[in-house]
Design a binder for this molecule. Structure first.
Ligand code: THU
Length: 144
């Protein structure tokens, strides 16, 4: 994975996090994924008063991409953390923790593998504070 793409995805995920609708958990998440053409799709978590209906940032981004015709995902970056009081302008302040994709999002990602056969997952607290995994590391033996 090229570092410039990683940093761009992290920046886009942090921007998407500003759009998070999370009045119940106050845990804001943004995701940005890149498809083989280089196009980037972003998403945020969208919660609901009926808590179980909430949608994760990752699946928001995936469904946006797929609903516009994409079928393969090369990489996805996730930036998440609690809303902190001084975060008045919505600007992301590193929380010191990484937001790993939940099991449901891992399974949904596994539906849209690229030709290489694996998706890079970047969990980040900032452009210089991130970890890179592959989907197969995070969810081996998927149901496909
Ligand atoms: N959430 C995400 O959007 N992505 C993750 O990777 C973990 C959890 C959301 C779901 C819910 O709106 C909030 O974070 C707290 O669980």
């Amino acid at each position: 994975m090229k570092q410039e793409i990683i940093k761009l995805l992290i920046e886009e995920a942090a921007k998407a996090r500003n759009m998070a609708y999370a009045p119940y958990s106050k845990y804001l998440v943004g995701a940005a994924l890149v498809v083989p053409s280089g196009r980037i799709y972003t998403g945020c978590n969208v919660e609901n008063a009926s808590y179980g209906l909430s949608n994760c940032a990752e699946r928001t981004a995936i469904f946006k991409a797929v609903s516009e015709g994409q079928r393969h995902i090369d990489a996805i970056a996730i930036v998440g953390g609690p809303l902190i009081p001084e975060e008045t302008d919505g600007a992301f302040k590193p929380s010191g923790e990484y937001a790993y994709p939940c099991g449901a999002c891992r399974q949904v990602l596994s539906e849209f593998l690229p030709e290489s056969g694996d998706i890079y997952i970047i969990v980040a607290n900032g452009v210089d504070d991130y970890k890179v995994f592959t989907l197969s590391e995070l969810i081996p033996y998927t149901f496909n």
